[in-house]
Write a protein that binds this ligand. Sequence first.
Ligand code: CMC
Length: 421
Amino acid sequence: MEDQIDLIYQGKSYKFPLVKGAEDEAAIDIKTLRAQTGLITLDPGFKNTGSCESEITFLDGEEGVLRYRGYSIEDLANNSSFIEVAYLLIFGELPSADQLDKFEDEIRDYALVDEDFKIILKSFPKSAHPMGILSSLTSALIAFNPSSVDINSEKDFHEAIVMLLAKFPVLASWTHRKMKGLPLNYPNYDLSYTENLAHMMFKMPNKDFKPSPTLVSALNKLLILHADHEQNCSTSTVRMVGSSHAGLFPSIASGISALWGPLHGGANQAVIEMLEDIRKDGGDTKKFMAKAKDKNDPFRLMGFGHRVYKNFDPRAKIIKTAADEVLAELGIDDPILDIAKKLEQEALDDPYFVDRKLYPNVDFYSGIIYRALGIPTEMFTVMFAIGRLPGWIAQWKEMRFNKEPIGRPRQIYTGYTHRSI
Ligand code: CMC
């Protein structure tokens, strides 16, 4: 393969280096394009733009491959705990047994949040969306922990990472309790990360709560599958905000806002709402398929299609199996699920979807599992955020440690040229 490409512009030839990745993917390095030629590139939505070099996650959308630090998502989902995967993403290697014990203990030690968070939480209306509350509370962490932003201090930075992993599920589960008008639960030192999450979300003051192995195992898998996905919208947001040297907590808070949108993490909520709409409308899936294909109708089939997966979403494959197991084990009979199955089959057989390579994505099935596990629809995207947290941290860390410059795209101006008043 050549190691540079020629660009001919206005009769002059310019050379640009090719950069090759570990899996032979290639990019044209255009860092000097404007300086040399006066040109910039135009790529709305960054469909062809690499924003960084990264060692964290490899994704091949054509082949349906996803790996964290070299390990396949299938291996990790079937053999690891979420905290092991978090450690892998953030520190680069799977932890030894001792490293894992220490890391889990550190997370347990940091799991209490300042009681004044309850005052902030109280000021939100019950109707507030949990993602909005979570973003605000995460931003507020900086006010309560101002020393934890110094990346030049290994100790401070490690503390910030542990603190965030520890406190985030507390804040996330409190958004759920707030929405339901329920008393807030504290983390229990004896429980694992995932058990604690279930405990804080579901434990009632007047009843014992023992999370079922089905619930814990499904949650663990879901969190792992969502843990990183290279330069998606929310991760790019986290890196972009961090590139101005804003702290880790506010950068993550911005990522939460980006994830909230229905074209990104918010799709899992949108899927169930769409299925509900179809049910209320009489269950005619074909009618909604026709709407999705009608270019004059803004309706899209939520949970289908992906910016990078043009074959299948490997996470969707794993999650579909998990969904089938959960539904069978819990003996769930839900009309929404029948509609989901019909829609899935119709889309897989429909030339519109086949030609455009629109397959069910991770959010199509995750919403179904969350619903079966009794998690309210408004909390689905919060669950995604809990899973994505280690990825955001790892990407932010990489961006700062690589000393990446502040993110600042250019534009092609199309407004008025100079005019007088
Ligand atoms: N329903 C109907 N048509 C669709 C859909 C859909 N869900 N998705 C894409 N298309 C059509 C689109 O209209 C276009 O058609 P044409 O070529 O005739 O104009 C073609 O497929 C390409 O679409 P695009 O919008 O250019 O593709 P994109 O890569 O910009 O968008 C997407 C990717 C995920 C935003 C989009 O497929 C979508 O809106 N899906 C529904 C929302 C969703 O499920 N999002 C979750 C993504 S997975 C979780 C995550 O990682 O965030």
